[in-house]
Design a binder for this molecule. Structure first.
Ligand code: FAD
Length: 300
């Protein structure tokens, strides 16, 4: 889809009517920046259906009535269920977990999505079908109040749950297990190269001592070395913006790097001098991660 072909952009807001979800502002501001100067109508689609199937069927009606060219959905647990189901029902393309949305050299909208196990960032195009649907993790786009411009609001009429094959019989609030990394100015991040649960605990201790946060990559969660997904940084985890990020034993897969691209300073410690992470780092140290962790524990 060419930039000039976009006439209507819709952002699905999963927040309350008077209280937009933070991801709404992030996505709306990003799209308004991206399409600045174009004749585009921006629409906030506010939908309160909690049942994902109810949300899909209700939003489908709005889409059919409004015919937007682009629909952006926050990749929350609800959004991640709604987006592909809408894609199937509307016979359109979905670019999931975008790390960025850009206008490329040919003036086309490209959805930047990590591919091949995070080794590359793929440019996804949705040329023919409408609306192009893109999902974006909350926090991927930064938001500044001055970015906000006009948009129209549509309050979606939730269809009755009786029309759905899926019903919510009970809801249980999960205790907020928020790790502090989203707000931390200093992050100690452990990768597979730290090698053990003990090393993860040392990183957590360093974070506690310095008032920083401890984060990790996917393998550290999978190995059960301690942290759960709330500590994971990357496309499936958190997006962080610390002043200083120190990565220990991390290879530099795009899935992880997407989550740290806005860090002011990236310091990487890896024992492989050719590790890809070094290309994305401001400072690099070809050293054993555990030796550095121990030295920092002594010094700090
Ligand atoms: C759809 C999808 C989504 C994903 N989402 C995420 C995500 O959100 N976040 C995420 O992190 N990953 C995610 N991944 C996984 C991602 O692609 C990578 O596999 C992962 O980030 C690699 O983690 P790593 O760098 O810790 O491990 P590895 O790639 O195994 O790298 C380990 C590094 O440690 C170095 N090393 C080894 N021993 C030492 C030592 N003693 N001292 C110093 N260095 C050492 C090695 O040289 C190597 O570079 C996702 C994958 C997919 C397919």
């Amino acid at each position: 889809m060419k930039k000039s072909e976009i006439k209507k952009v819709m952002v699905y807001d999963q927040g309350l009517a008077g209280q937009p979800h933070p991801s709404f502002w992030q996505n709306m501001a990003k799209l308004q920046r991206l399409l600045q100067g174009e004749q585009v109508e921006f629409v906030r689609l506010c939908c309160h259906c909690e049942n994902p199937q109810q949300a899909v069927l209700s939003i489908e009606q709005v889409i059919k009535a409004e015919s937007p060219d682009l629909l952006v959905i926050a990749a929350t647990p609800l959004g991640e269920e709604v987006a592909p189901a809408l894609g199937v029902r509307l016979k359109t393309g979905v670019a999931a977990h975008c790390a960025d949305i850009v206008i490329n050299g040919e003036d086309r909208i490209a959805y930047m999505v990590p591919a091949f196990g995070g080794k590359v960032i793929g440019e996804i195009f949705i040329p023919g079908s409408r609306p192009a649907i893109a999902t974006v993790k909350p926090g991927v786009f930064s938001y500044d109040k001055k970015d906000a411009a006009d948009y129209r609001e549509i309050l979606c009429d939730c269809i009755s749950e009786d029309s759905c094959g899926l019903r919510i019989v009970e809801t249980e609030e999960i205790a907020q297990q928020q790790s502090a990394i989203e707000k931390a100015e200093l992050i100690f991040c452990g990768g597979f190269g730290i090698g053990s649960k003990e090393s993860w605990q040392k990183l957590e201790a360093l974070a506690k001592k310095t008032g920083g946060g401890a984060g990790c990559t996917r393998p550290v969660v999978d190995m059960d070395w301690g942290p759960d997904e709330y500590y994971m940084i990357g496309t499936s985890g958190k997006t962080v913006r610390p002043k200083v990020y120190i990565g220990f034993g991390i290879s530099g897969a795009a899935h992880h790097l997407c989550g740290i691209k806005d860090a002011d300073i990236i310091i990487s410690i890896n024992n492989d001098k050719n590790a890809e992470v070094f290309a994305a780092s401001d400072y690099k140290a070809v050293l054993d991660a555990n030796q550095v962790i121990d030295r920092l524990a002594e010094k700090l």
